[in-house]
Design a protein around this ligand. Structure first.
Ligand SMILES: [Zn+2]
Ligand SMILES: [Zn+2]
Length: 94
């Protein structure tokens, strides 16, 4: 049995599709990959059709946020720690 993904409109076997929200009928199926892209682009976890919260975790999205936070902490450490350190020493010597 084939059903249509409501994001990319491609037909797929039902076992390749997920039903993450309260939509019914032929509009309830999506590919996990399509849903991941959609949620990432829209930054939204509410279905625009049924207004239900989409029951799908977005590990990629969370990882990117975590990586960005780590990157900023890393940059902050690299840039600011030596500045504070040398400023302190210059004040002592000056
Ligand atoms: Zn799809
Ligand atoms: Zn829905």
């Amino acid at each position: 049995m084939l059903e249509t993904c409501k994001i990319c409109w491609e037909s797929s076997a039902v076992n390749g599709l997920i039903t993450p929200c309260d939509c019914t009928g032929t509009m309830k199926f999506v590919h996990a990959a399509c849903l991941t892209n959609w949620m990432f682009l829209k930054d939204n976890d509410t279905c625009e059709v049924c207004k239900a919260t989409i029951q799908f975790t977005l590990p990629l999205h969370r990882d990117i946020k975590l990586v960005l936070i780590c990157m900023w902490l890393y940059i902050f450490t690299i840039l600011c720690v030596p500045c504070v350190y040398f400023k302190h020493h210059w004040e002592v010597w000056g």
